[in-house]
Design a protein around this ligand. Structure first.
Ligand SMILES: Nc1ncnc2c1ncn2[C@@H]1O[C@H](COP(=O)(O)OP(=O)(O)O)[C@@H](O)[C@H]1O
Ligand SMILES: O=P(O)(O)O[C@H]1O[C@H](CO)[C@@H](O[C@H]2O[C@H](CO)[C@@H](O)[C@H](O)[C@H]2O)[C@H](O)[C@H]1O
Length: 497
């Protein structure tokens, strides 16, 4: 980091705050519930935060030097030892006209003694200097006691300055349950409370309602059983804008199996047994479940019809995403003209009048959980790399279908990636598995009342390409060893234009 901003955090004062009361249980520890106390702690924490942030999976600024850290809002949620500090922090990259930044949500624990049972990756380090000199600063997501405190705030619907905790009516939340950090590979951080609740803490924060809350609430209110019911959420009002969603508490699905794991389990057994169980039945049911969710969203949220101008914007956006992806992964350049050709086949003849609506936005097998009652969909946040306003725009529902089709391809390709060398027999089995399940999913989607994907092949191809382009960038940034998976799909899709 070249420079750490020294600007003051906007800190919340308690209404009854008068004399600055030190509330640490022993001298030198604990957040003071005073503006000065919080600012001092935040300033001491910044150097530790700047070294720790780039090590976190959810941090989107990897590979770009941090040019400044600016505290946005700091709120002490528990005082004493341990203490809990909620912090929204703006992270800046670059300087001058090229400067950019993101706001992140941090939940910081402070203990005078190093916390036990917390992995080294969750410890930011020891605070150096000031009132908190020597205390350990750590990611409180991993502290069952402190995440239990967060659940209490959600259960009581507390309010601290601009932070509001809100319950859905009749959610009857328990308190006094310690939380355990989820070990799932994810874009945010989740905390699980025994077998009943899961709290997702959004890490990268934009002003406005997160689509995960917006859509999950709409589906919950419509009585849909295809999502885990929303129990509570919390948000923060950042200067004059719509409240920004910070966390979402939903019912935990203790008996659920992740669709990605189920699919991988099947493809792993393909070699010994070309038809190991019939995942296609599940793929068909998943298609039906997707259609059901789309129908509820179309009924309860705004829809529109594509006109010529909107079709033009759709194509242009796909071209722009392709161009910026070429900038990140130059290996895409050789496909650019064929892929643009596929986008340009989206004309008014094919698409004028097509309904657009709110959709999941980043559907894949890992977002689908098979429960004893059927498939349930998770994580309606959309693609984390897209700006929030873009993620909230109505889209062709088939975008979700195309995304799920890519996921069947990923599961099959994952098998090949694990093979010691080229294996034509395995390649044939894997591609037949993907084709079978893709077809079953589309058939289920149509049977469930969704638009038949086969009726608009140009749109499906363009949407699949658009998703594969996104995946190329995603893999280059997060899992470079997986990059060949979407690149192989691009190669295949480019050949069909
Ligand atoms: N309600 C739930 N019940 C059971 N497991 C869940 C639930 N919500 C999320 N999970 C698990 O947590 C993982 C990550 O959740 P997700 O909402 O996709 O987070 P992110 O947006 O951070 O990627 C899921 O893949 C799933 O394994
Ligand atoms: O679940 P997230 O919201 O974090 O979504 C991101 O990560 C996904 C990977 O975990 C990524 O999905 C891609 O990889 C999947 C296999 O791991 C595959 O099934 C999907 O089809 C593929 O897109 C998703 O794109 C990304 O936004």
């Amino acid at each position: 980091m070249s420079e750490t901003s020294r600007s003051q955090a906007h800190v919340h004062r308690e209404p009854s705050e008068g004399a600055p009361a030190a509330v640490g249980t022993r001298p030198g520890t604990g957040v003071r519930r005073t503006a000065a106390g919080v600012s001092e702690l935040v300033q001491a924490a910044l150097p530790l935060i700047s070294a720790w942030l780039p090590t976190q999976r959810w941090y989107a600024g990897k590979g770009r030097a941090i040019s400044g850290l600016t505290p946005v809002v700091g709120t002490p949620l528990q005082v004493g030892d341990p203490a809990l500090l909620h912090l929204l922090l703006r992270v800046e990259h670059g300087g001058g006209a090229a400067a950019s930044g993101d706001v992140y949500q941090l939940l910081l624990g402070i203990r005078s003694q190093p916390p036990t049972g917390i992995g080294p990756g969750a410890v930011l380090g020891r605070l150096d200097g000031g009132t908190y000199d020597g205390a350990t600063l750590y990611d409180a997501v991993h502290d069952p006691e402190l995440t239990g405190r967060l659940l209490e705030h959600l259960a009581t619907g507390d309010r601290f300055g601009s932070l509001s905790f809100r319950r859905t009516p009749g959610s009857g939340l328990p308190s006094n349950i310690p939380g355990r950090a989820s070990t799932a590979e994810q874009s945010n951080s989740s905390v699980i409370y025994d077998t009943s609740l899961i709290l997702k803490l959004f890490r990268r924060i934009s002003p406005g309602t997160n689509p995960d809350l917006e859509l999950s609430l709409a589906l919950s209110r419509a009585g849909s059983t295809r999502i885990p019911r929303v129990a509570a959420w919390f948000e923060c009002r950042l200067e004059r804008s719509e409240p920004a969603t910070l966390g979402l508490l939903q019912r935990y699905l203790p008996d659920a199996e992740d669709g990605w794991e189920l699919a991988l389990d099947q493809v792993a057994r393909l070699k010994g047994d070309p038809s190991p169980g019939n995942f296609a039945i599940e793929a068909h049911r998943l298609g039906r479940a997707t259609a059901e969710v789309h129908r509820v969203l179309a009924r309860t949220m705004p829809t529109a019809r594509l006109d010529r101008a909107a079709i033009g914007r759709l194509v242009e956006a796909m071209e722009d995403r392709l161009d910026s992806a070429v900038g990140v992964v130059p290996g895409l350049l050789r496909y650019r003209s064929a892929l643009r050709g596929a986008f340009q086949q989206l004309t008014a003849d094919h698409l004028e009048g097509l309904q657009v609506q709110r959709i999941h936005g980043d559907l894949h097998l890992g977002q689908a959980m098979r429960t004893p009652q059927g498939w349930v969909l998770l994580d309606f946040e959309g693609e984390p790399a897209k700006p929030l306003a873009e993620r909230r725009l109505p889209q062709p529902a088939l975008r979700d279908v195309a995304a799920m089709l890519r996921s069947f391809d990923y599961a099959a390709a994952h098998l090949l990636a694990g093979a010691p060398g080229p294996d034509p027999e395995l390649a044939h089995l894997a591609s037949a598995w993907a084709a079978r399940n893709r077809a079953a999913y589309c058939a289920g989607y149509t049977a469930g009342g969704g638009t038949d994907p086969a009726a608009t092949p140009e749109l499906m191809r363009a949407l699949e390409i658009d998703k594969a382009v996104y995946e190329v960038v995603y893999e280059a940034r997060h899992r470079p060893s997986w990059l060949p998976i979407p690149l192989a799909a691009i190669n295949r899709l480019a050949l069909t234009v």
